[in-house]
Ligand binder design. Structure first.
Ligand SMILES: Nc1ncnc2c1ncn2[C@@H]1O[C@H](COP(=O)(O)OP(=O)(O)OP(=O)(O)O)[C@@H](O)[C@H]1O
Length: 459
């Protein structure tokens, strides 16, 4: 990730000299000749550091410093001045500058200072991000199966790239956990991680969430709103269920990815933004492209680095390790030290088909720990949702029939409805809202049907 420096000086020759030197050392430079332009660029081009001449034609550093601190206090400002006096130095530092340097500047000294300030800023941001994620951050690569080892090695290879990542996997398989891990361990780990689930969002809502709006952009826009893309500047945007993104919004997202620019609703000028996109879906996006539910250009853009999370049933050998990790976490969270399980319980966990993947495993264990007083869990303590599991993967003795088979014709309408709801519910991992959407009925109607048909929505 290239760092951007805003150089504010009214002398073009000074700006040219600094730009030339910093660019030769891998930094990107944007220039402003006075306070007005500096304000615009600070807001619009989002620099990582500012080099600010003390005296400008339309003001001094003392005017700009408090404004810049108020807009983003994490961006260090280094003041350059030809009139060094103790009083100026004290004023400049008091107004929020990180340091000051006498003019004419010695370029190697300037570079050293810039690099140190950028490094300190990066460390500070990373520490804040790790502290916010907590010591309990989940490890997405637990287990020794070949599938999970391959996932880890691919994920480590894409860590520091700026290209978009597409995480595919069944519901509850840990796509969100992997996205958080990629952000925290990548070169943007010190920056913000902003998440949005696109499922069920109207195009208007999705657009204002992503791009923000100006006051008065539409009737209910009573105040200005920052979009999530802006908030995620220098960090990562995690768009969950991207397959559900409305076709009207898709080209706008593509523009941001290609041009690194976007516009708030109701705004006339573009803003620049630097974000990495991590997208996730449980759908087959290539299939969605083939039926024109997803744009092929956006698909190609976001699927440059695809990661596939294997379903839990495809790697039963990992279940014991994951279970012990989850039990250790539950021990701490619930204040129940020494939680363990019998070999028979472990075998039962390995034998189950886990339609809800890791989310379901965690829920089964949590329920067992809460309902059992004993520290060691037995098979009886584990309550599996066999209805869902059967609906998703029927046993060989009871093969799923195609609708053309005569036996289907004998089913009552109620039974057909029941089976269909079971299947969709299983495919959506027990997620009622998504199931209702897929069935095309309101959530409240689905709850009524579940109750009437004696089905459980719990995963
Ligand atoms: N590596 C892991 N270790 C322990 N628990 C995990 C792990 N990954 C996921 N989980 C559990 O599964 C839950 C679901 O994870 P996550 O939200 O990342 O899945 P997902 O694939 O994004 O789900 P969805 O398809 O519903 O968006 C987590 O809240 C956590 O309880």
């Amino acid at each position: 990730m290239q760092r951007r420096i805003l150089v504010v000086d009214d002398e073009p020759a000074v700006r040219f000299g600094i730009r030339h030197f910093l660019e030769a050392h891998g930094l990107e430079v944007v220039e402003a000749e006075g306070c007005r332009q500096a304000r615009e660029l600070f807001r619009g081009s989002r620099p990582d550091l500012v080099l600010l001449d003390y005296r400008l034609r339309d003001g001094t550093a003392l005017d700009l410093l408090p404004e810049m601190r108020a807009m983003d206090p994490s961006i260090p400002v280094l003041v350059l001045t030809a009139h060094v006096s103790i009083d100026t130095a004290v004023q400049v530092i008091k107004h929020g500058a990180e340091h000051f340097l006498p003019k004419p500047v010695e370029l190697p000294t300037l570079l050293m200072m810039v690099e140190r300030l950028l490094e300190a800023q990066q460390t500070r941001r990373r520490q804040q991000a790790l502290a916010a994620s907590g010591p309990e951050a989940l490890n997405p690569f637990l287990g020794g199966s070949r599938a999970i080892r391959e996932l880890e090695s691919t994920a480590r290879r894409v860590l520091d790239s700026d290209s978009a990542v597409l995480i595919q996997g069944e519901t509850g398989s840990g796509k969100g956990v992997l996205a958080t891990w990629l952000h925290l361990h990548g070169s943007r780990g010190a920056g913000p991680l902003v998440q949005l689930n696109c499922a069920g969002l109207s195009p208007q809502f999705l657009e204002t969430e992503l791009f923000g709006h100006e006051r008065g952009a539409f009737t209910s826009a009573v105040s200005r709103k920052q979009g999530l893309l802006e908030v995620a500047h220098r960090g990562t945007v995690f768009l969950d269920e991207i397959g559900d993104m409305d076709l009207l919004v898709q080209p706008k997202l593509l523009k941001v990815l290609e041009e690194k620019r976007f516009r708030r609703l109701g705004e006339v000028e573009d803003r620049s933004v630097d974000v990495r996109l991590i997208a996730a879906t449980h759908q087959n996006l290539a299939e969605a492209v083939s039926v024109h539910r997803f744009r092929s250009d956006l698909y190609f853009r976001i699927s440059a680095l695809p990661l596939f999370i294997p379903a839990l049933r495809e790697r039963p050998e990992d279940i014991p390790v994951i279970t012990r990790d989850l039990l250790a976490r539950l021990s701490r969270e619930l204040g129940r030290p020494g939680l363990d399980l019998t070999p028979e319980a472990e075998a039962a966990l390995r034998a189950y088909s886990w339609p809800g993947n890791l989310r379901e495993l965690r829920n089964v264990l949590e329920r067992a720990v809460l309902l059992s007083c004993a520290p060691v869990l037995r098979p009886d303590d584990l309550q599996f949702n066999h209805v869902l599991a059967r609906a998703l993967s029927p046993s060989p003795a009871e093969p799923r029939r195609s609708s053309s088979e005569p036996a289907e014709l004998d089913l009552t309408l109620r039974e057909v409805e029941r089976r269909h709801i079971e299947r969709v519910l299983a495919a959506e991992g027990g997620h009622v809202e998504r199931t209702a959407r897929r069935l095309g009925i309101p959530r409240s109607s689905l709850y009524q049907k579940l109750k009437r048909l004696g089905l459980s929505s719990k995963i």
